[in-house]
Design a protein around this ligand. Structure first.
Ligand code: ADP
Ligand code: MG
Length: 291
């Protein structure tokens, strides 16, 4: 490998918005066999919004104001979507008195004497909250690719809300380019299986790793590597940092969090998955010219 061609390849990649942190990553990217894509903010825009609310036997306004208070302290994009959506309904949002994040699952908060738990079905089950009537809306909304979150107030299941995130316009075509380049493409997300599969189908991905807890994302990459795959991980969030660091090549979306960018080997300035295909093709081309 001559330094000159590496430099030329790096320059051309940079023109396409693909920044390799060093020549070794431009060289290494050609050997990648498997691309693992984070869902939220990578395949999708990452700016979800509240779309649906179903309340059980309770005043809807009271339900929404408790839910908003519980999510207000959370920095999760899902929480922001819930709080904004409730504000837009003209409901004043106060802040919970106590608050706790349960990573990859949801939140627990108290407002005065009342306790609110919001999150996955698994979280509410673990809390031994009976969910007999919860499944109808949840299943339907998840089938539409939305993230449904269950709400328990004072340990009684009280309703479900859904948040939707749009798939980036370029994602499906980019996935097709990756497949044409002979690469295996997978999605990895903390979101539930049904939602993940609906989004995956929309962009043409058939390998889905769903309900992966934040601390397990790195381990999932190691498992793929143990199967002799050369893995490139593409992500944008703090949650993705360990997986980006573990992957053979970590690629961070340039508009993502600083932690993701620091943990990655490549920064994709365009925030568009076409850049992943550009990176691989540019690496192959550069290394071909060298030999
Ligand atoms: P991702 O991989 O999309 O970043 P996370 O691991 O952060 O997902 O979260 C996984 C799941 O946990 C979410 O799909 C949601 O159901 C639940 N969850 C996470 N944070 C919250 C929150 N603040 N409120 C309600 N549910 C949440
Ligand atoms: Mg993300």
């Amino acid at each position: 490998a001559t330094p000159t061609s590496i430099m030329a390849g790096s320059g051309k990649s940079a023109e396409l918005g693909v920044l390799f942190k060093g020549g070794e990553y431009l060289e290494g990217t050609k050997d990648v066999s498997t691309i693992v894509l984070d869902k939220t903010g990578t395949i999708t825009e990452g700016t979800p919004s509240l779309t649906d609310v179903h309340v059980e036997d309770m005043n809807e306004k009271e339900f929404l104001s408790l839910l908003a208070a519980a999510e207000k302290p959370s920095e999760h994009p899902l929480a922001e979507a819930i709080v904004d959506g409730i504000k837009q309904k003209g409901i004043d949002v106060s802040k919970a008195d106590t608050f706790e994040t349960i990573p990859g699952k949801g939140v627990r908060a108290t407002v005065g004497e009342q306790e609110i738990i919001v999150g996955t079905e698994k979280l509410l089950s673990e809390e031994n909250i009976p969910l007999d009537s919860s499944s109808g809306h949840k299943t339907r909304w998840e089938g539409e690719g939305k993230t449904a979150m269950l709400v328990a107030i004072d340990r009684v299941y009280s309703g479900v809300v859904a948040v939707a995130d749009t798939v980036k316009e370029t994602s499906a075509a980019a996935v097709e380019r990756l497949h044409k380049a002979g690469l295996e493409v997978m999605m990895m997300t903390g979101d539930n299986q049904k939602t993940a599969e609906a989004i995956a189908a929309e962009v043409g991905i058939d390998n889905v790793l769903a309900e992966v807890l934040p601390e397990e994302k790195g381990k999932e990459i190691e498992k793929l590597q143990a199967e002799d795959k050369k893995v490139a991980m593409v992500g944008d969030g703090i949650n993705d940092a360990p997986a980006l660091a573990t992957a053979d090549i970590g690629m961070a979306i340039g508009t993502g969090t600083d932690v993701a960018i620091e943990s990655a080997d490549v920064t994709l300035m365009r925030g568009d998955l076409n850049s992943v295909a550009d990176a691989v093709l540019m690496s192959r081309k550069t290394m071909r010219n060298i030999r």
